[in-house]
Design a binder for this molecule. Structure first.
Ligand code: ADP
Length: 410
């Protein structure tokens, strides 16, 4: 074979070889694309969130099954329809304007991520949803949009439940505070009022036999004694009234109560970056107790711990809550520890006294109420130093043998 023909044949072979390799590479890429496509298809099909894709004209090009369930329609029937048909009437104008502006300027004028809105199920039910959308540009420069619509009924119901529980707790706390105030006032006023009753009575008897004292003076003295007694009885009945509600006791899981109080404290407060950490012993025995009252105690201790570590404190802004079962006693220990300024000297007992406060807006009643609640459950509430700094509050609640036996049967 002449050498030029041989060279041509070799060049053809080399080209064939190059094309075969290119084909193989393309096939590998194609199967990777197929695999990715399959992956995203399965993800979209199995997602519990409703997923919708829309083309540049705003027409639906893809929906998963969850869209059908959320809107109460046959999912396939939505393809080809305008997205606007799924948007509640009151939002349509603003969405249309924002969409038109995006098409002209490619500028997002609305928040597209995690927006809370509502949609309507075909039955007419209004459903709160969270919506997020993103846009993708194809090779020809056209935009399409893909996003999810998440049913947040459960989340909203939980938020509402928590809000109500916080209101309940605040109400119970107010009642307890009034009760405590009334108790304190009754205690403080009892002695002077008794003294007024006694002395005006004594005076009345002394002057009763004297002829030089006018009857209206005697009557006035009787009046003073009567009014003082009335004042004392008003305060006694006020105290009785606010304490009338019987605590409702049932077997409770203290770990669950701790978690619930912590979640309430998250909603209630804005304590910067102070963190609440939990070290809870698993499977605590249940305690026969009033859940709301114990939640109130824990909330109060958590607030105090967070108050003791203001934002100005640079590090260690951590409140640690522990729970531990002691089978010997048997009892459960709950500790609320912080790394704040701590409690000085002899004040470990003093903090439980009514009206003892070091806060500008404090009332000094929280810990007195907490101790009374824990004592009414047969337990103890004490305070002490935390290491290396801060304070630690300890609750010890007894666990009855009957309760342990009942738990073991579950
Ligand atoms: P208040 O919070 O209205 O002051 P409390 O009875 O809850 O009422 O608390 C009484 C006082 O005890 C507080 O003002 C504070 O001085 C002190 N105290 C309570 N908890 C802590 C704590 N974790 N660290 C330091 N001091 C505390």
């Amino acid at each position: 074979m002449p050498s030029s023909s041989k060279n041509d044949a070799n060049a053809v072979l080399a080209e064939n070889q190059r094309l075969a390799e290119k084909c193989a590479r393309l096939e590998t890429r194609l199967s990777a694309i197929d695999h990715n496509y399959e992956l995203y298809r399965v993800l979209a099909e199995t997602a519990t969130d409703a997923i919708i894709s829309v083309d540049s004209a705003g027409l639906i090009i893809y929906v998963n099954e969850s869209v059908g369930k959320l809107f109460g329609v046959e999912a396939g029937s939505l393809v080809g329809r305008p997205l606007m048909s799924l948007i509640p009437v009151e939002f349509q104008a603003s969405h249309e304007a924002a969409f038109a502006k995006f098409q002209r300027t490619h500028e997002k004028t609305m928040n597209w991520s995690g927006v809370e809105a509502h949609i309507f199920h075909s039955s007419g039910t209004k459903i709160p949803v969270e919506i997020s959308f993103a846009c993708v540009q194809d090779a020809s420069g056209k935009y399409s949009f893909t996003g999810y619509v998440r049913d947040i009924r459960q989340r909203k119901a939980t938020e509402e439940f928590i809000r109500r529980r916080i209101d309940d707790l605040a109400h119970v706390h107010r009642l307890n505070t009034v009760g405590e105030l009334a108790g304190g006032l009754a205690h403080e006023l009892n002695q002077p009022l008794s003294a007024i009753c006694l002395q005006s009575d004594l005076l009345r008897h002394l002057v009763a036999e004297r002829t030089d004292v006018e009857q209206n003076v005697i009557d006035t003295l009787s009046d003073i004694a009567m009014q003082a007694e009335r004042a004392a009885s008003i305060i006694r009945s006020l105290r009785a009234m606010v304490r009338k509600s019987e605590p409702s006791r049932a077997p409770v899981d203290l770990n669950e109560i701790i978690r619930s109080a912590v979640s309430f404290s998250n909603h209630y407060t804005n304590h910067g970056k102070a963190e609440v950490k939990l070290h809870l012993q698993a499977c605590l025995p249940t305690v026969y107790a009033d859940r709301t009252q114990l939640e109130q105690v824990l909330l109060n201790l958590i607030y105090n711990a967070l108050d003791a570590m203001p934002v100005s404190q640079k590090d260690d802004r951590v409140c640690i809550i522990r729970s531990q079962f002691d089978p010997q006693s048997p009892s459960i220990l709950i500790e609320v520890a912080d790394f704040g300024q701590g409690i000085t000297g002899d004040d470990y007992e003093k903090v439980f006294e009514q009206f003892y406060t070091t806060k500008i807006h404090g009332m000094g009643l929280g810990l007195a109420i907490c101790r009374r609640i824990i004592q009414s459950h047969g337990g103890r509430l004490t305070s002490g130093p935390n290491h290396p700094r801060g304070a630690i509050f300890q609750i010890v609640l007894p666990v009855s043998h009957a309760q342990l036996e009942q738990d073991s049967q579950l």
